[in-house]
Design a protein around this ligand. Structure first.
Ligand code: GRF
Length: 203
């Protein structure tokens, strides 16, 4: 199976995915890492790893639709089975999302449906939740919504700040996304017929 990974910055989730595919010799090929930002550290890392590292800079396009169309052209060139958003900080158009329905996944740093949007760690602390976590989900036109594939949860500790939460959660994100990638390699993840629920066979 073929993967394309979309990033916007550091790319640590992308790195965790690449490392997992290699360490476990999964029947997956990371065909490309594509960033919307030229200065994404993850692009340099991917290039050093010999991966196809591509830039589709959103600033080069006049409209969101034109950017999404250019991104789709790049993606389609690789004929991926799955497109994994990993720290990809762009809201995508409905057309783009529907084009890749059932193949487009994202990781969000909260236990959805709690805390969609940005600054999830601040939101969690403000609400005084005792558990925080991350969610890997199929992407739908509704932002940070969509059928949930996997979640990881961790306790919020006394004295936690947004930064300490984010750092601890990032490790859990890497674990959860790597688990999902293993399931994808085994062909065990799909959307139900109605497109409402993710089905993971065998777990
Ligand atoms: C992660 O916390 C991810 O959930 C969020 O932004 C961060 C990206 O980290 N979307 P990285 O680029 O994968 O290191």
């Amino acid at each position: 199976r073929r993967l394309v990974i979309l990033i916007s910055g550091r790319g640590s989730n992308m790195q965790a995915i690449v490392d997992t595919v290699r360490a476990q010799s999964l029947p997956l090929e990371v065909c490309a890492v594509i960033s919307n930002k030229a200065d994404a550290a993850g692009l340099a890392w991917a290039r050093e790893q010999g991966l196809d590292a591509r830039l589709v800079a959103h600033r080069d396009y006049a409209t969101r639709a034109e950017f999404d169309q250019a991104l789709a052209r790049q993606i389609d060139g690789y004929q991926p089975d799955y497109i994994l958003m990993a720290g990809f900080m762009r809201v995508l158009t409905t057309e783009f999302v529907e084009r890749y329905s059932g193949r487009l996944l994202n990781i969000h740093p909260s236990l959805l449906p709690a805390f969609p949007g940005l600054h999830t760690h601040q939101q969690a602390l403000a609400m005084g939740v005792q558990w925080h976590g991350c969610t890997v989900h199929f992407v739908t036109p509704v932002l940070d919504h969509g059928p949930i594939v996997a979640q990881g949860a961790m306790p919020v500790l006394a004295g936690d700040t947004p930064d300490t939460l984010a750092a601890r959660l990032l490790e859990l994100e890497h674990e959860v996304y790597s688990l999902v990638v293993r399931w994808l390699a085994e062909g065990r993840v799909e959307l139900d017929a109605a497109g409402q629920r993710a089905i993971v066979r065998g777990v």
